[in-house]
Design a protein around this ligand. Structure first.
Ligand code: HEC
Ligand code: HEC
Ligand code: HEC
Ligand code: HEC
Length: 408
């Protein structure tokens, strides 16, 4: 143990955590970490063999029926406890007892137990060899990059809408600078026939909803540029008339609302056609119906010319994180591949996939409170929750030996 002590030298009241590789003796150390600020929950690390044996007795009497033999659960939504970090287990048990982590079976299980008993049960479960991933947890096929999927599908649109959504084809709209929600709604409207255009109907009718989402994401992430087409009207006259439109479409034709399209840099011929369509009712929209009612042909041309001169802006959309990028963020607290060395952060490696999903949902909907996890789980979509849970469920689990160092 001398090498651990040397690594942590100079830090009084420090605990060093060492991960022992499973299947080797406790001295085969793979990693060393130090932990500062020992709180009350750290006392569980000092549990004696007698206390651990007492914890074993408690577990057999009160926990085994749900958490399985040796802390390895065979029940859906019930977590493995074996090899989990002792201070974490103790903190969670206290949270159930105090009602801070609401779950009826667990709250009932610990309600009448003393903190002492909980501490011993935590020390016992932490002392066990962790579960290992089931053989069925094989590596799944990598998730396709949604932006790539969108790019491939959008290749069929380039003939009319231009390379990367910047049109060179008068009459076909620019697709850059538009919010993905608007783009998806527009494509869906062609599909259902609510917006009538035969070319567009046949272009999108065989595309699934996820593919439409990916196409919209792809266009939203392209560099916005003005349509490479000509405009006939008078931009200066158009600018004056555009004062009526700014409240909805934005001061510079860049809309702040996803449902209202940006107009900056739009192809003028398409713009005019859209205005005529609102006017004759073939494209139905209550806000636009009112806005075009009193406009004559020349004014519409001038408006089109004015908006064509404005520079489009990228909508506020970020490229979704890949699974590897997500897991890298989680590993910062949960340890390499979910093998936490922080006594207060749970190990995720080889945990039951159904339980991991359930826990992430609970953080997302606020049923389980944790400042760190609320922020983290918020950034995950449903598909991410499934992928990240599956990722950790198939990682090899490693036990931790925490070594208490004497202060200097
Ligand atoms: C009736 C079934 C049942 C019994 C009995 C039971 N548990 Fe649980 N336990 C659960 C379920 C279900 C969960 C997950 C609850 C949740 O999602 O918050 C859980 C969660 C836990 C957790 C949180 C684990 C984590 O990773 O956050 C700990 C710790 C725990 N139990 C320890 C115990 C101990 C110790 C006992 C015995 C004193 C016990 N449980 C008895 C069903 C049970
Ligand atoms: C044959 C030419 C052509 C092809 C191919 C084509 N489009 Fe279009 N697209 C148009 C035209 C013309 C319009 C304007 C129709 C109208 O007036 O409503 C349009 C309109 C749109 C709109 C509405 C834009 C807005 O500002 O409301 C979207 C979104 C769109 N297309 C996406 C696509 C996608 C995605 C593809 C490929 C899957 C595609 N288009 C293929 C010609 C085409
Ligand atoms: C009350 C809000 C509102 C006002 C005012 C308004 N618009 Fe719109 N506009 C919308 C909405 C919402 C849509 C999208 C409707 C749809 O989905 O067809 C739209 C769509 C458009 C489109 C079609 C864009 C495309 O990509 O297909 C054009 C062009 C347009 N507006 C021009 C104007 C002009 C020019 C004015 C001022 C004379 C104006 N709008 C005033 C709300 C408004
Ligand atoms: C800033 C540190 C931090 C980050 C980053 C973090 N977590 Fe956590 N996580 C925690 C802490 C602390 C807990 C225990 C919170 C509690 O008491 O409920 C926790 C709990 C969990 C649990 C519950 C485990 C159990 O046994 O009940 C899951 C699942 C989880 N995190 C998954 C993730 C995933 C997935 C990510 C990445 C998207 C992530 N965490 C990122 C600190 C973090």
């Amino acid at each position: 143990m001398k090498s651990i002590a040397q690594l942590a030298l100079g830090t009084a009241f420090t605990l060093a955590a060492a991960i022992a590789a499973i299947g080797h003796s406790g001295s085969a150390l793979a990693q060393v970490a130090t932990v500062k600020g020992a709180g009350d929950e750290m006392k569980v690390l000092y549990a004696t063999p007698t206390e651990i044996a007492e914890g074993n007795r408690v577990a057999d009497a009160a926990c085994k029926s749900c958490h399985g033999l040796n802390g390895i659960s065979t029940t859906k939504d019930v977590p493995h406890l074996a090899g989990q970090r002792a201070p974490y287990l103790y903190l969670e048990l206290k949270a159930y007892k105090q009602g801070a982590r609401g779950n009826n079976p667990m709250a009932a299980a610990v309600k009448y137990m003393s903190e002492e008993s909980l501490m011993r049960a935590a020390a016992y479960y932490a002392s066990l060899d962790p579960a290992q991933p089931p053989a069925s947890a094989a590596k799944p096929a990598p998730r396709p990059d949604p932006v790539k999927v969108g790019e491939v599908a959008a290749a069929d649109c380039a003939g009319c809408h231009g390379e990367k959504g910047v049109t060179e084809n008068a009459g076909s709209p620019n697709l850059v600078g538009l919010d993905p929600k608007y783009l998806v709604a527009a494509m869906a409207a062609y599909k259902t026939g609510q917006r009538k255009n035969e070319l567009m109907k046949s272009a999108v009718e065989n595309l699934s909803e996820p593919v439409l989402n990916n196409i919209a994401l792809y266009y939203a992430l392209q560099k916005p540029a003005r349509a490479k087409t000509k405009a006939e009207g008078d931009p200066a006259a158009g600018k004056a008339a555009a004062a009526e439109c700014a409240g909805c479409h934005g001061e510079q034709g860049v809309s702040a609302k996803p449902a209202i399209p940006s107009l900056a840099g739009q192809d003028a011929e398409y713009f005019v056609a859209a205005m005529e369509a609102y006017k004759d009712g073939s494209r139905k929209d209550e806000s636009m119906k009112g806005a075009v009612a009193k406009l004559g042909g020349p004014t519409i041309k001038n408006l089109a010319a004015y908006y064509a001169t404005l520079t489009p802006k990228a909508p506020n959309v970020r490229k979704p994180l890949s699974l590897a990028e997500i897991a890298e963020r989680c590993d910062r607290c949960h340890g390499v591949n979910g093998n936490s060395v922080d006594p207060r952060s749970p190990m995720l490696a080889a945990q039951r996939v159904d339980y991991l999903e359930k826990a992430l949902h609970a953080y997302r909907n606020g049923a389980r409170k944790s400042t760190a996890m609320a922020a983290m789980s918020e950034m995950l979509g449903e598909a991410d929750v499934e992928a990240v849970a599956a990722h950790y469920a198939r990682q090899k689990a490693r036990a931790v030996i925490y070594v208490n160092l004497p202060g200097k």
